[in-house]
Design a protein around this ligand. Structure first.
Ligand code: B1M
Length: 234
């Protein structure tokens, strides 16, 4: 005999199974990051891979959205730096699992060389790393300089690698100005004619890109691939 409880349980299971996996996994990813639960976030990243869910969507709409909520809570004084750091750690460990599964472009030969980094004084590197991974996955040869990158390192690496594009990321309003410094240094080194510049990061905008004389602003990882292709006529 099926009891009322058992019936209700059965109904719940069916509803769970009917719920689109997409919405469910994205919501759970966001919540895990907001709770700065490293272990759970990593488990969910593995679930994304196991279920064949779109890894880019999981990164942008799951992990990224979760981090944005964490940032707002931090700004509002609801959580403190150690919690912000744990949320970031949860995302970084999950990216190790998700990035290799990012959709690859069809092109086999290199579309161009990109030197990318987060500008000096800024240690935020999660968004920049996603952009670097997407560019690599889409056929660009990427030299990732990491975060807190001195201006001279952008210039030296661009020269050595004969870069086609320099990509700069900044997450702080106080470090955005370093982008202009890099562009000036490229001019002084006589490289600006050969190297295109793409800028991005939460406080950066199209207006800022124009003001400092960058060639493009990209809002996210997909837009950075589109911008890079457009700048190199690919
Ligand atoms: Co900090 N942090 N943080 N932080 N942090 C922000 C940026 C902040 C907005 C939080 C807040 O107060 N609401 C605020 C900046 C305020 C401001 O300047 N307006 C802030 C602050 C104040 C700080 C500290 C100063 C805190 C302190 O110490 N008191 C400190 C800075 C230290 C320093 O850099 N010198 C600090 C430290 C940290 C952690 C170390 C804890 C950690 C970073 C860990 C790491 O990156 N390894 C951290 C985090 C995680 C954040 C938030 C919560 C999330 C950033 C992130 O990773 N987002 C952030 C709040 C927020 O952004 N709302 C915040 C997810 C990522 C996928 O998105 O980076 O935007 P994003 O990248 C996107 C796009 O922007 C774009 O594509 C990416 C993918 O879609 N994009 C590009 C990025 N780069 C691009 C380059 C391109 C093209 C597109 O072309 C080259």
């Amino acid at each position: 005999m099926i009891t009322l409880n058992a019936c209700m349980h059965l109904r719940e299971t069916v509803v769970m199974e009917d719920r689109p996996v997409s919405e469910d996994i994205l919501k759970r990813l966001r919540e895990a990051v907001v709770k700065y639960d490293v272990e759970l976030t990593v488990e969910l990243a593995k679930e994304v891979i196991a279920t064949g869910f779109d890894p880019l969507k999981a990164i942008e709409q799951g992990l990224g959205e979760g981090l944005r909520v964490v940032g707002d809570k931090f700004e509002a004084g609801e959580i403190f730096l150690p919690m912000l750091m744990m949320a970031a750690q949860a995302v970084k460990e999950s990216l190790v699992i998700l990035e290799p599964a990012l959709p690859k472009g069809t092109s086999r030969k290199t579309l161009g060389k990109v030197v990318i980094g987060t500008v000096e004084g800024d240690i935020h590197d999660i968004g920049k790393s996603i952009v670097a991974a997407m560019l690599t996955a889409n056929g660009f040869e990427v030299y990732d300089l990491g975060s807190d990158t001195p201006t001279s390192k952008f210039v030296d690496r661009a020269k050595e690698a004969k870069a086609d594009i320099i990509g700069m990321s900044a997450l702080l309003t106080t470090t955005m100005t370093k982008m202009a410094e890099v562009i000036d240094a490229l001019k002084k080194a006589g490289l600006r004619g050969n190297v295109k510049v793409i800028v991005g990061g939460a406080p950066v905008s199209g207006a800022w890109a124009e003001k400092i004389g960058a060639d493009a602003y990209a809002e996210d990882a997909i837009a950075s691939v589109d911008a890079a292709k457009k700048l190199l006529d690919k």
